[in-house]
Design a protein around this ligand. Structure first.
Ligand code: ACM
Length: 664
């Protein structure tokens, strides 16, 4: 029984490693974990060894003693954690060998040793086996290093508030996947979430709102008071917890927009001279007009806040938001206009830039570096700022041109508040499965290349990394956050860690099955990943085309038996272009064939304007079934038909959509 239990895990073909190590060679044999296994470590790695031992105990049910390096006693079964700063690897890299004699992990630095320890943990069973404390890990050699230095996960604690214990779990799960930046979105129109000693009303007033839109009706109100905040003691606790796991917490304090809660707490820092000035902690989602006023008192306030932030967060980077700041109040405010005049600013965009530059200068005085959403280029991008690109990739190009660094966080590929399965399927499970919109299956995130905007090696270096966003308007509790984060977090981890050339979706997907067992063992409320359709015909028939295939709209989709896939040809269509189907088995009886072109994916309909549907018994002689009329051809084909062909009979500038060739 014991041997069987051991070998099942050891025999697993795709090791559940995500991210996949950059270089991995399988070796013969196994390392056997036992109750005698101990961790021997370099002095600098006491904390990392302690965390590894704790996880090993949980996963193996074994003891995993920790022994400091200087004890140089003979250990019959050991895991060695070491550091060698001369390794020819990037920071955060490591080498690891698993052999019968033991496991050895050598980090380029402490972060690298920690990353190696995570790799080892992914080689253990997802949950402690019932029958044995002996576990085999297959022998291998790994040399690994991260592709990107910024491997980030963002979490909006403004729209909804989550207990510290949940954030700690999340930090653990990020560490498991070698993610290393937790972007903590702490302030919003709907709630200010961090205690600031000098301004107690920020949390007394700003951390609470009177109502929240319920699931299922975003334009209504539940009428319930809602709120919460993190004390400075809790902030310190989380920062230390993350730091021990080699995760930097980058705090975000939103300015000048997304500031309604702060302005509700301290109305004097808003644009008080505009008509109907009445700031409140917001109770609806979306973009709101309340922005900070460009007053000296306001700058003093923001500097005080940021001073406390810098005392609590050791991060080099401080995020100041900068997104979605409407200019309407500044354009109405006599005071703001006077500031524009005084400072020689042409418009409110330049006032925003003035605002951001002052904050940049202040952060620089504290030896910190400003990060902001891509709107920080409005009115001119501050020189040393790092741009977090969330909208069009052209903003990344703009920043790279100016020599600024960027973090790629595009909403089209990395917004985890988007649906990961179809909206109708999700909503059929209940209103609590509502998402903001969009569609981001795990495969789409996996397919994203964070370096796609770089035109040369210099620009590649300006791309610090990639980050996924968890905006929580539609995540009222931690279960929902988990549902939206898992398993897409795994795809994020791999695109952040692994060079593009090494990525392979099929291989990733096989490993993900193993990794999801870890999620399940932890009780994570994860989604079932939606796999992209297989590019294969429904029965192994061969299909080919002379047309140019648009994106992933493979020709096989024209005969795959699915209604949600289609073939899409890009223009131009030439006379005698064709789609040719060779049936796996010739027809045994007469049948009706129907080919409908066009579809709602395109506004032109993308029908075949002029063409013929033909069949062949031998592949050389073709016989007409029917011409296309209104985009459709239908007719009878005889028994023994071997091939079918759609032939274009006149040039066409519209594209062509073909959902399915149906034979009945
Ligand atoms: C954002 O999604 N407003 C950065």
């Amino acid at each position: 029984m014991i041997l069987m239990a051991m070998s099942v895990h050891a025999m697993s073909q795709s090791l559940p490693l995500i991210p996949l190590p950059k270089e991995l060679q399988s070796q013969d044999g196994f390392f056997v974990f036992s109750s005698a296994t101990a961790i021997r470590h370099d002095r600098q790695l006491a904390a990392e060894s302690g965390l590894l031992a704790e996880k090993i105990r949980r996963l193996t049910g074994g003891e995993a003693r920790v022994v400091a390096e200087e004890w140089r006693i003979h250990l019959p079964s050991e895991i060695v954690l070491d550091i060698d700063s001369t390794l020819p690897l990037k920071n955060g890299g490591y080498r690891m060998t698993v052999a019968e004699a033991g496991v050895k992990i050598i980090g380029k630095d402490a972060a690298g040793a920690f990353a190696g320890a995570q790799t080892l943990l992914q080689l253990l069973p997802a949950s402690a086996p019932m029958s044995t404390k002996e576990i085999k890990v297959p022998a291998l050699r790994i040399s690994d290093e991260p592709e990107f230095a910024w491997r980030g996960m963002h979490l909006d604690c403004g729209r909804h508030f989550f207990p510290l214990e949940d954030l700690k779990k999340f930090i653990d799960q990020m560490a498991f996947h070698k993610l290393n930046v937790f972007h903590w979105h702490l302030t919003e129109d709907q709630g200010w979430r961090m205690e600031i000693k000098k301004y107690p009303k920020l949390t007394e007033v700003g951390a609470f709102r009177d109502s929240t839109p319920p699931y299922g009706n975003r334009n209504s109100d539940d009428g319930k008071r809602y709120g919460g905040f993190y004390t400075q003691e809790q902030v310190k606790e989380l920062v230390a917890y993350a730091s021990a796991r080699h995760i930097t917490i980058v705090p975000e304090i939103e300015l000048p927009g997304h500031a309604a809660a702060a302005i509700a707490a301290y109305p004097q820092f808003g644009n008080t001279d505009i008509p109907n000035y009445n700031p409140k902690v917001m109770t609806r989602w979306g973009v709101h007009p309340y922005v900070f006023a460009p007053k000296e008192e306001t700058f003093a306030f923001l500097e005080d806040v940021l001073t406390e932030v810098c005392e609590l967060f050791p991060s080099k980077f401080i995020h100041i938001g900068g997104d979605e700041a409407p200019k309407s109040q500044w354009n109405q405010s006599k005071f703001a206009k006077e500031v524009m005049q005084r400072e020689g600013l042409k418009n409110a965009d330049e006032l925003q830039s003035y605002f951001i530059r002052r904050i940049e200068k202040f952060l620089a005085s504290k030896n910190r570096s400003l990060v902001g959403w891509d709107e920080i280029q409005e009115g001119g991008l501050p020189k040393s700022a790092t741009m977090m690109v969330w909208r069009d990739l052209k903003w990344a190009q703009h920043a790279l041109d100016l020599g600024n660094n960027v973090v790629m966080a595009p909403n089209a590929f990395a917004y985890l508040d988007h649906y990961q399965r179809s909206a109708s399927e999700e909503l059929s499970k209940g209103p609590e499965y509502e998402a903001i919109g969009g569609f981001l299956p795990v495969s789409k995130l996996y397919g994203y290349d964070p370096a796609s905007v770089a035109r040369n090696e210099k620009e590649r270096k300006q791309i610090l990394g990639v980050q996924a966003q968890l905006w929580t308007e539609y995540m009222k509790d931690w279960k929902k956050v988990e549902y939206m984060a898992f398993p897409r977090i795994a795809a994020l981890a791999e695109i952040a860690w692994l060079p593009k050339e090494k990525k392979n979706y099929e291989d990733f997907r096989a490993r993900l099955d193993g990794v999801m067992k870890f999620y399940d063992a932890l009780g994570i409320h994860r989604a079932v990943p939606l796999d992209p359709p297989k590019k294969a015909t429904k029965d192994g028939s061969l299909i080919e085309t002379s047309l140019s295939i648009y994106n992933d709209h493979a020709i096989e989709f024209a005969f795959d038996g699915r209604s949600d896939t289609f073939f899409w040809a890009a223009r131009e269509l030439k006379k005698d272009d064709h789609i040719t189907l060779r049936l796996k088995v010739p027809l045994t009886r007469e049948a009706t064939v129907k080919v409908e072109t066009g579809g709602k994916a395109s506004k032109n309909g993308d029908r075949l304007e002029q063409g013929e549907l033909e069949y062949s018994l031998n592949g050389t002689t073709w016989i007409r079934v029917a011409p296309f009329s209104g985009g459709t051809a239908i007719g009878k084909i005889p028994a023994a038909t071997k091939m079918l062909r759609v032939r274009v009979t006149a040039p066409q500038t519209f594209w062509l959509i073909l959902h399915e060739i149906s034979i009945e």
